[in-house]
Design a protein around this ligand. Structure first.
Ligand code: SF4
Ligand code: SF4
Length: 459
């Protein structure tokens, strides 16, 4: 029997290989804004770990000590609910901005976009323009090609290494991290994580690029659920552009039956995700505005009005009035503001003390010769502030006397174990088990105190 297919046709390929996207360099107003936002983002990312606040690193996520320092605040694992609150605020803000401005985050601030454009800039610098790069990849390998490509990968490697080291300086003290790097004294764990993040950066920005946005980013998949007909997006004005077709500058398009699109293909060549925006709104589009800049450039050359591709909305394209205030955007806006107020309030009223009471496991209670009953406890007091402080322990029940080191010095961010003994005389004992309230306060902050209740056993 003769089969009309080959053996390799039977192999199921999980991933369809795609031709690489060669991005053409584009100038224009949106690209200037994108470069500026990218620059500000990178500068903040690099400089933030170097900033000191009250003698400490201002932003440090100290995983080893389980403490997150953000300027005047220190967060502990017990503050996990605040992290949940922060995620809720970020989600509402993202919903609000996406409904209003579309995928502006992706195009202008997303680290994947910022780093990908930086890597493309290096590629262009060392390998030449888009056409030169295509030529290099299709021609036989020459010495010049090998040298330039090797140089590109070395620069990408250095950028990835610096990115990873900077990222690690959010988790380890910055000065020590760099001093240890100079002395080649990194621990195995530090070396592992820096190499891991460097490989991720190199792979994402150098090789995967738009595939991260298209196949891996969940945001690109669900962002359309937030869009409505008034959301700002990059779109091609089909009514004005079609019929597309090539022509000379002096030609009259109306006489030729053509629209304003001269089919120069520039909008496709500058697109970092390799799509043709003239095919309509696509989830791959990151709203970077490069195609709008490219098209404006072509429109200017042909003396046509700019804006054939522009930031607009579906309603505006249909000639309807675009509405800014609409129920969805107002709802997300109100929720964002409420969530931010709640977060700010929660952080503001947070006390820099955390304490828990553990009963003595050895004996339930002790009775002395005068029939006085004593219960013993161990207090675990955490100083959640960034300064060494004195703490006072007291009991709020007037019928109970306390024996403990009442003024305890606890270093910033540390936990102290304080033995406490509570005693009741026979006259004061009314019940077999009574409730007592212990209080810990800060010596130099009269209004800061924390109270917890525990049981007192008398027989
Ligand atoms: S279609 Fe335009 S806005 Fe969208 S990603 Fe491509 S170049 Fe950027
Ligand atoms: S850049 Fe503008 S004119 Fe050129 S192909 Fe794209 S839409 Fe048409």
């Amino acid at each position: 029997m003769k089969f009309d297919y080959k053996a390799e046709d039977l192999i199921i390929k999980p991933y369809k290989s795609e031709s690489p996207v060669y991005v053409r360099k584009q100038k224009g107003r949106y690209q200037r804004i994108r470069q500026l936002t990218g620059f500000v983002f990178v500068m903040v990312f690099i400089l933030l770990p170097w900033i000191s606040y009250q003698g400490n690193q201002a932003v440090l996520f100290d995983i080893g000590k389980q403490q997150f320092h953000i300027f005047s605040e220190t967060f502990f694992p017990q503050d996990f609910t605040l992290l949940a609150g922060l995620l809720i605020v970020s989600c509402y803000l993202l919903f609000f901005v996406t409904t209003w401005l579309g995928r502006i985050w992706c195009g202008y601030v997303c680290p994947q976009t910022v780093w990908t454009f930086s890597f493309i800039w290096v590629e262009e610098w060392l390998e030449g323009s888009r056409n030169q790069r295509i030529k290099r990849d299709t021609q036989p390998k020459t010495l010049d090609n090998i040298v330039r490509k090797s140089a590109k990968h070395i620069v990408w490697g250095l950028m990835s290494f610096l990115t990873a080291t900077t990222f690690m300086s959010y988790f380890l003290p910055t000065h020590e991290l760099y001093l240890d790097l100079i002395a080649l004294n990194w621990t195995g764990l530090t070396t592992f994580w820096v190499l891991f993040f460097a490989i991720c950066t190199y792979g994402n920005a150098g090789w995967l690029r738009e595939k991260m946005c298209i196949y891996m980013c969940p945001y690109s998949r669900f962002q359309s659920a937030m869009f409505d007909k008034n959301t700002l997006l990059i779109a091609y004005d089909k009514v004005r552009g079609e019929n597309r077709g090539r022509r000379k500058r002096k030609d009259n398009p109306k006489e030729l039956g053509l629209g304003d699109c001269v089919d120069c293909n520039l909008c496709v060549e500058v697109c970092p995700v390799g799509i043709d925006i003239r095919n309509g709104l696509q989830y791959e589009c990151i709203n970077c505005g490069a195609c709008a800049d490219a098209c404006d450039q072509t429109m200017t050359q042909f003396n046509y009005a700019k804006g054939l591709i522009s930031y607009t909305s579906e309603n505006a394209l249909l000639g309807k009035k675009a509405k800014l205030l609409r129920p969805k955007i107002i709802g997300y806006g109100i929720l964002s503001i409420l969530a931010m107020i709640f977060m700010a309030y929660t952080i503001q009223v947070r006390v820099p003390i955390e304490f828990s009471v553990l009963r003595d496991r050895g004996t339930l209670f002790q009775v002395d010769f005068d029939d006085n009953v004593t219960n013993s406890y161990l207090l675990k007091v955490t100083n959640k502030s960034q300064l060494d402080r004195h703490f006072n322990v007291s009991v709020l029940n007037s019928n109970v006397s306390l024996s403990a080191d009442k003024n305890i010095l606890i270093k910033a961010g540390e936990i102290a174990s304080v033995p406490v003994h509570l005693t009741m005389t026979p006259d004061e004992i009314k019940e077999r088990v009574s409730e007592v309230s212990l209080q810990v306060s800060v010596s130099d902050m009269s209004d800061v105190k924390a109270v917890t209740k525990t049981k007192f056993f008398s027989n």
